[in-house]
Design a binder for this molecule. Structure first.
Ligand SMILES: [Zn+2]
Length: 410
């Protein structure tokens, strides 16, 4: 049994939507209320007490805590504790740079979280409890959800109702139990994620499969240009952002489904992915927000792989330290950033020449499993077999034309 997170759209009538938004607004008020009291205590006593006991005491003074389900209120409380804990941890490391957790903005709608209780999912119908203390007397609401077809699960463990600021829609996140394939493979694979190639996958037999990132890149560029001429956060701007997201997600689904099928065909039981720190390669995305926006397709990609992998009985781990995996020569092990030549070719003075992402994925494989798919026991390096895939519209796979296929060689 594995746990995976799936996202769903919420379809609610306007009245229900208004109640849900109000409950989410209450959650923001509770979050901010707790922060406010903690700051006040800090001013008075010089201490911050984030024990459950103290926070529960403060909760009793917050009228909005009656606006939603009591267990969800406790989960909001835990978000505050978490925010303070990571603040304490950062402060310990570096005294100057970090400020205390900040208030959520007035328009921010906090998630309504449910764990084990307070919700019911029957087919596409969801009912959530809002407690017994609301002023309007509403105790529960029901709505419908929809997610991608073909998603099968046994049971819903957790549910969060969230508000997507960009599209202006209410969404649901479900943590579900899925029955995994009882006979997974035993082979291993490694993935390098990037821009030119969305995924470079190295397999145990020395094959490397490249998934072109061109389409996603052009989709994103196109919509970013359209968005640049619109007023930020206007209705049209959000519509455009939503369209971009749907198109990118479609391409991610096509790529991840193809890759997982390929893994099943090859008997792969474990996939190792480099952590996402190396994703900013080459392009200056400026401020933090831009970097976050830039990284989202990759985070999404990883979560899709985890979900689809879990269904196929494949373990997907994304904890491989990516440091230097792109600058390191897979053949001789030297780390020379200058080896990364233009047009994506990695050339080392030892004689190793490979497409840079092929080199990177082989390095991630070696780092994850302490063995190289192309190095023999004598240390001799064999040439990997490189296959390229273009992912176009409507999920069509076109193999790269002969001669255009990038090959690695030594
Ligand atoms: Zn070398």
């Amino acid at each position: 049994m594995s746990l995976v997170t799936i996202k769903a759209q919420v379809h609610a009538d306007p009245q229900t939507e208004a109640v849900l938004k109000d409950a989410m607004f209450c959650a923001t008020k509770v979050y901010n209320g707790l922060l406010w009291h903690l700051r006040k205590e800090y001013k008075e006593t010089g201490k911050v007490d984030i024990s459950r006991r103290n926070l529960n005491r403060i909760l009793k003074e917050l009228p909005r805590a009656k606006g939603y389900y009591s267990m969800s209120v406790q989960l909001t409380r835990d978000e505050v504790r978490e925010a303070y804990r990571s603040f304490f941890a950062l402060k310990k490391k570096d005294l100057t740079r970090h400020s205390a957790p900040g208030f959520r903005r007035k328009g921010y709608l906090s998630p309504l979280k449910y764990v084990q209780s307070g919700f019911k999912v029957e087919g596409d119908k969801v009912t959530v409890s809002l407690g017994t203390g609301r002023e309007d007397g509403v105790r529960e609401v029901s709505f419908r959800i929809s997610h991608r077809p073909g998603v099968q699960y046994e049971r819903v463990r957790e549910l969060s109702i969230t508000y997507d600021k960009i599209s202006g829609r209410i969404e649901a996140r479900l943590v579900v139990e899925v029955k995994a394939n009882p006979r997974p493979g035993t082979k291993r694979a490694a993935l390098d994620l990037g821009e030119t190639f969305l995924m470079a996958a190295a397999f145990e037999d020395g094959t490397v499969l490249l998934y072109s990132g061109r389409f996603i890149k052009s989709v994103r560029r196109y919509w970013q240009k359209v968005r640049a001429n619109l007023k930020q956060n206007s209705r049209r701007w959000r519509e455009v952002a939503h369209r971009e997201k749907l198109q990118v997600e479609h391409l991610l689904h096509v790529a991840t489904s193809h890759f997982i099928e390929e893994c099943v065909r090859r008997g792969v039981g474990e996939i190792a992915i480099g952590d996402l720190c190396g994703i900013r390669e080459g392009i200056d995305y400026g401020d933090k927000l831009n970097q976050r926006l830039h990284a989202w397709p990759y985070r999404k990609l990883v979560s899709m792989l985890k979900y689809k992998g879990a269904l196929a009985g494949i373990v997907v781990r994304d904890d491989v330290d990516e440091k230097n995996t792109s600058a390191r020569c897979h053949a001789c092990g030297r780390v020379l950033p200058s080896n990364r030549k233009h047009r994506g070719l990695y050339v080392c003075s030892c004689g190793w020449r490979a497409q840079a992402d092929v080199n990177g994925s082989l390095n991630i494989f070696e780092r994850a499993y302490q063995v190289s798919p192309v190095k023999g026991s004598s240390g001799r390096v064999a040439r990997p077999v490189v296959l390229s895939l273009r992912l176009g519209w409507h999920g069509v796979h076109e193999p790269e034309r002969k001669g255009k296929t990038l090959r690695a060689s030594i």
